[in-house]
Write a new protein. Structure first.
Length: 261
C-alpha cells in the first residue's frame, strides 16, 4: 500500500552533490516503493526543479521515487565557467551514479530534454523509459547554419520567457545569464554526433511536441522519430511548456507511459 503523501513534496530538503567541482542541488523524495523505478525530472533553460512540483507530487502518490536536480547555472546549483550542452547531460548521469541508481525513467523539458537524451545515448542500459518534452533539436549539417546566423528570439520564445518570469521569478533571477550566449552559439552549430547516436537509445521514448508557440522543428522531429528505435510522438495544442500550460493532458499522456512495465 502506498502511503499518503501531501503536497509538501515541493518543500523537500535540498541536497547537494559535488560532481567534478560542480555543485548540483537536487531534491529526492526517497523510495516509496522498493519495486518502482525512480523518475528523474529535468527542467529547461532559465527554470529550476520546482517546475516539476505538481507532477512530482502525482508520481510520489503513485508510489514512485522522484529525483529533481537543478541544472548547473540554475536554481540552487553552482554557476560555472562552462555550459556545453553535453555537460548538462553528464551532470545528470553523474548524479544518477552518485545516488547508486541502476535503472531510471528520465523526463526532460527543453534543455532538460536534450540532457536526458544524452544520458540515454551514453548509458542506454540505465534508462527504462525516456520522455522528451519540447526539446529544440540541434542542427544536423552546415547547410542549416546559414539560415540561423542572424537569428533573433521569436515571439513564442519571448512569450515563454515572459510568462516564466511572472510565474517563477525565483528561478529566473537565479539563472546564470552568461550561458545565454553560449547556448545560442551551440544552437547555431551542427551536431551530427548527437543525431548519429540517437540509434543508441534503447529505451521506449515518448516525445512531446507543442503546437503554435512550440520550438520543435517538424522536419527534424520526423527524422528523430525514425532514428530512435522505439519512439512515439504526441502533439499538443499549447506552446513550449506542455507540463505547465496543459498539465492534465501532460499527466494523462506521460503517467501511463511511465507506469507501464
Amino acid at each position: 500500500m502506498v502511503p499518503s503523501v501531501s503536497s509538501e513534496i515541493v518543500d523537500l530538503t535540498v541536497s547537494r552533490a559535488v560532481l567534478d567541482d560542480v555543485q548540483i542541488a537536487y531534491r529526492d523524495s526517497g523510495a516509496v516503493s522498493l519495486d518502482a523505478v525512480p523518475v528523474v525530472l529535468v527542467h529547461g533553460m532559465g527554470g529550476d526543479g520546482h517546475t516539476w512540483d505538481r507532477f512530482a507530487h502525482t508520481l510520489v502518490q503513485a508510489g514512485r521515487r522522484v529525483i529533481i536536480p537543478d541544472l548547473r547555472g540554475h536554481g540552487r546549483s553552482s554557476h560555472t565557467d562552462s555550459y556545453l550542452f553535453g555537460e548538462f547531460g553528464a551532470d545528470v548521469l553523474k548524479l544518477c551514479d552518485r545516488l547508486g541508481l541502476h535503472a531510471v525513467d528520465l523526463v526532460g523539458h527543453s534543455l532538460g530534454g536534450y540532457a536526458v537524451s544524452c544520458v540515454a545515448q551514453e548509458r542506454p542500459e540505465l534508462v527504462r523509459r525516456l520522455v522528451i518534452e519540447e526539446c529544440p533539436l540541434p542542427l544536423r549539417s552546415g547547410d542549416e547554419e546559414v539560415t540561423l546566423t542572424r537569428r533573433f528570439p521569436t515571439i513564442p520564445e519571448l512569450w515563454h520567457a515572459t510568462t516564466s518570469l511572472i510565474r517563477h521569478p525565483r528561478a529566473v533571477l537565479a539563472f546564470d545569464r552568461s550561458m545565454t550566449r553560449t547556448a545560442l552559439e551551440q544552437f547555431r552549430k551542427p551536431n551530427p554526433e548527437w543525431w548519429d547516436r540517437l540509434r543508441d537509445i534503447t529505451a521506449p521514448t515518448l516525445v512531446l511536441r507543442g503546437g503554435p508557440g512550440g520550438m520543435v522543428d517538424p522536419e527534424k522531429l520526423a527524422i528523430m522519430r525514425t532514428d530512435i528505435p522505439d519512439c512515439t510522438v504526441t502533439a499538443f495544442s499549447c506552446g513550449h511548456s506542455i507540463h505547465r500550460d496543459r498539465y492534465h493532458e501532460f499527466e494523462a499522456t506521460v503517467l501511463p507511459f511511465l507506469t507501464s512495465y
